[in-house]
Write a protein that binds this ligand. Structure first.
Ligand SMILES: [Zn+2]
Length: 272
């Protein structure tokens, strides 16, 4: 069975530090690393990032990365808005990507992984959602009963005959559903991380992980941030990720693809 890596990045302003520039710097570091391994990632960009750095977004797209949407402002709580308000935000966010010169995004990931209803996302023109982290994060969400596989959601409002929204959940470990992305990726001991990632791929055939660009900048000096936010950022994260990519992509032959490419391989999206 062929195995896949879906490497994704939330291209967003670092709201705890009210900084955009730190994200741009971080992306430049990730990009260099991904290039080393020939990896095309999926970037979920906020409208704010795309508006401020249209050339960065456009260049990433031209190099083969997929550009998807992460809403307009990262601090916005779209899950609490009414349908008209959400649609306005989503259209505005999509327009920033189009204005930067990229194709209109078909994928969406909600800020803080708290999405509006599937029917609203379909109405806004998205074909897939990637906001489901099927785990429990205290104070954020409890998705322990949600599905962990790629599946199609038929919202009650759409009815079974309409087109569904494809849900592409973020990977968690089998059984215990331990998260394996950003803060967790950085803070597990090496041997635990390696074994969890291996188990995810053996179990589902794909590993879908996400990071934030600002994690790739050394945050040790920012004492206002919680300890686990700052720990093993910058060069330490780059070193850790390089070792993992070396193992997965070079040794194990796991193929890195964008989310759209993966959905086409699975026959869930048509070519073109
Ligand atoms: Zn985010």
């Amino acid at each position: 069975m062929k195995r896949y890596l879906l490497f994704t990045v939330d291209m967003e302003e670092m709201d705890r530090l009210s900084s955009l520039r730190i994200s741009k710097r971080g992306w430049e570091r990730i990009e260099t690393l991904l290039e080393e391994f020939g990896i095309h990632s999926t970037l979920f960009t906020t409208g704010v990032f795309a508006e401020n750095y249209p050339v960065t977004v456009r260049e990433a797209w031209e190099k083969g990365h997929e550009i998807a949407s992460h809403g307009m402002n990262h601090s916005e709580h779209i899950e609490e808005m009414n349908v008209n308000e959400v649609l306005k935000v989503l259209h505005k966010a999509k327009a920033t990507v189009e204005k930067s010169g990229c194709d209109s995004p078909i994928g969406f990931r909600a800020p803080r992984l708290m999405p509006p209803s599937p029917s609203v996302l379909l109405q806004a023109g998205f074909l897939y959602d990637s906001s489901l982290h099927p785990t429990w994060v205290p104070g954020r969400y409890n998705n322990l009963k949600s599905r962990t596989d790629v599946h199609v959601i038929y919202d009650r409002k759409m009815g079974e005959c309409g087109n569904g929204l494809i849900e592409v959940p973020i990977s968690v470990s089998p059984c215990l559903r331990l998260p394996v992305s950003w803060i967790w990726f950085r803070n597990y001991p090496d041997f635990i991380l390696q074994s969890l990632l291996k188990k995810v791929i053996e179990n589902t055939g794909f590993l879908h992980i996400y990071f934030h660009p600002w994690e790739f900048v050394e945050l040790k000096g920012y004492s206002s941030l919680p300890y686990l936010y700052r720990r093993r950022t910058g060069p330490k994260l780059i070193e850790r990720l390089r070792a993992i990519l070396e193992y997965l992509v070079r040794r194990e032959g796991v193929k890195a693809v964008t989310i759209t490419e993966y959905l086409r391989i699975r026959g869930l999206l048509l070519e073109g």
